[in-house]
Design a protein around this ligand. Structure first.
Ligand code: FES
Length: 327
């Protein structure tokens, strides 16, 4: 008999399963009872303002609206913090597909959350490489430290712990994601996953302290990069195979140093050129064209308070600008 198992429906078969917290499908809310907002409330929120404009621009870039479903769901999640059932229905309507198709997509990919989570979702890999490197010990340390089991959220709504399958960071096992970022350590005040450095109790402490400090400094989570959003250009011509612009530069940060301002970023492999821009009054001015292998640009004339963004281009196609950051 062939059995299909997706990583969101996998119930632990380990003999000590009772020690492993809730099964994953419950952890991520696929079958758990949560209070669902009404369709009216959700669609009123998502059919207005900036979201409406973003969705309309996005749909123009796909020959078939259903092609935009993943990103429309992602937009709903970034606005609501999770993907309630009404948001799946809304996305299905927007993308002109059946709600059951949209539900299948939304529950297949584990990046969509079907329950509200804490501000920091700690996703610990429990797959084989991380397991042999001590994932179980790390997960139980995290559970003790935060006073919750996997699948639960702390009372202050700061942390949710989840067990997930391979994160693709096996060489750094035990590995975890803090929201969308890999984190096995804190380096120079940032979450980091240095080569071959896995989680241990001490590094986990540092990461939890980093999250608490960030929450204390920023009561509201600062705006995050869209996840590789294929947005930006609007096409009125029939779309060819290469219609999609590249994703924007992600993880852009600007830090004041004694040499000026250091701007860093991450780009997709298809990017062929980059431009760093600094804001001058209300206008953006290009101040440098780093090489595509470069990961940093020093603005020798920059100072604290300057604003920057990075523009990525692939051939003739330009990504939408990165988030704007202040040094
Ligand atoms: S096994 Fe943990 S990241 Fe691959």
């Amino acid at each position: 008999m062939i059995e299909f198992v997706s990583n969101v429906n996998f119930a632990p078969s380990n003999p000590k399963a009772e020690n492993l917290g809730n099964p994953l499908h419950l952890q991520m809310g696929h079958k758990s009872e949560v209070t669902q907002p009404t369709y009216e409330d959700v669609s009123a929120k998502l059919n207005s303002g900036e979201i409406k404009t973003r969705v309309e621009a996005l749909l123009k870039q796909y020959p078939v609206k259903q092609g935009a479903l993943l990103e429309v769901l992602w937009i709903a999640q970034s606005e609501l913090g999770w993907v309630p059932q009404a948001a799946v229905k809304w996305a299905a309507k927007i993308c002109e597909c059946s709600p059951v198709h949209a539900w299948g997509v939304a529950t297949f990919y584990t990046m969509y959350k079907h329950v509200p989570t804490g501000r920091f979702l700690l996703q610990f890999c429990q797959n084989i490489c991380c397991h042999t490197a001590g994932a179980e010990d790390i997960i139980s340390i995290a559970e003790k430290k935060l006073g919750i089991k996997a699948g639960e959220t702390t009372q202050d709504k700061l942390f949710t712990i989840a067990r997930v399958e391979c994160l693709g960071a096996c060489g750094n096992g035990p590995a975890m994601l803090v929201n969308d970022d890999f984190a096995t350590d804190v380096v120079n005040g940032n979450l980091a996953m240095p080569s071959n450095v896995g989680l241990n109790a001490e590094r986990l402490d540092k990461i939890i302290a980093w999250c608490k400090e960030r929450a204390a400094k920023n009561p509201q989570e600062p705006k995050r990069d869209p996840l590789g959003g294929i947005t930006g250009a609007v096409h009125s011509e029939p779309l060819g195979l290469d219609f999609a612009p590249p994703p924007p530069a992600l993880g852009v940060k600007a830090t004041t140093t004694d040499k000026g301002v250091s701007v860093i970023w991450k780009i997709a492999p298809e990017v062929t050129s980059l431009a760093v821009e600094r804001k001058n009054g209300s206008k953006w001015e290009a101040i440098g064209s780093p090489g595509i292998k470069d990961k940093e640009f020093i603005d020798a004339n920059g100072k604290a308070g300057c604003e920057y963004r990075v523009i990525a281009t692939s051939g003739t196609r330009t990504a939408k600008p990165s988030v704007e950051v202040k040094s």
